[in-house]
Design a protein around this ligand. Structure first.
Ligand SMILES: [Ca+2]
Ligand SMILES: [Ca+2]
Length: 208
């Protein structure tokens, strides 16, 4: 072995440098990415802190599904088609008493004030039910405690449709002003409205 090293001294030295280089390079690369990852984590953390400070409402609470405790509808086809079906997370839905949805309203009441970020509205998901009813097209939402009104339109499909709200809400009133009219029926329906938001906790915003 000694004889081999001696006679191939240059090759052995070069080989040693080469292996050493690969070793240093490998660990250096690892260390570099670990460093990048930790820096990234820190910057995300500090950004989250900044966001929390700048949010006046809902700064400490978590975005979640908010369920209204009560609703009223201007009409419903029967007790088994009431507006309660709009928030039961099931295929059941609300159906009106035969006005093709025009001028129909429903109001949802919450147990306290929430910061509602967005709502998700679904027509009947089951194709047979979807085909059977008139569908909502244009609707306004009013917020009785603020007298604000927003205007929205549903697409004619049975996928979930999202609408930004970003308002403090204690109750919400929906009024339908246009529809997608299916031939052969005057009954209009909707499967679900889900509300996502946070508890409206006013943070001290660093002023305490
Ligand atoms: Ca439902
Ligand atoms: Ca119709």
């Amino acid at each position: 072995m000694k004889k081999f090293i001696k006679s191939n001294q240059m090759i052995v030295i070069n080989l040693a440098f080469l292996l050493g280089g690969i070793f240093v390079g490998w660990f250096g690369y690892d260390y570099y990415w670990e460093y990048k990852f930790i820096s990234l984590e820190r910057s995300v953390e500090s950004e989250a802190d900044t966001n929390q400070d700048s949010e006046i409402w809902g700064g400490t609470s978590i975005l979640r599904l908010i369920e209204p405790f009560h609703c009223d509808a201007s009409s419903n086809l029967s007790d088994s088609h009431s507006c309660k079906n709009l928030t039961d997370n099931d295929y059941t839905g609300w159906k009106d008493a035969g006005n093709s949805c025009l001028d129909e309203t429903f109001t949802f009441y919450f147990d306290q004030t929430y910061f509602i970020e967005f709502i998700v509205v679904s027509n009947f998901e089951k194709a047979s039910e979807f085909e059977d009813v008139d569908k909502i097209k244009g609707f306004t939402i009013t917020y009785p405690n603020t007298e604000t009104e927003t205007r929205h339109f549903l697409e004619l499909d049975n996928f979930e449709q999202w609408f930004d709200i970003n308002k403090l809400v204690t109750d919400m009133n929906f009024e339908i002003f246009s529809n997608y009219d299916s031939p052969g029926t005057d009954i209009c329906g909707l499967q679900e409205i889900r509300f996502y938001g946070k508890e409206a906790v006013q943070t001290t915003n660093g002023n305490s």
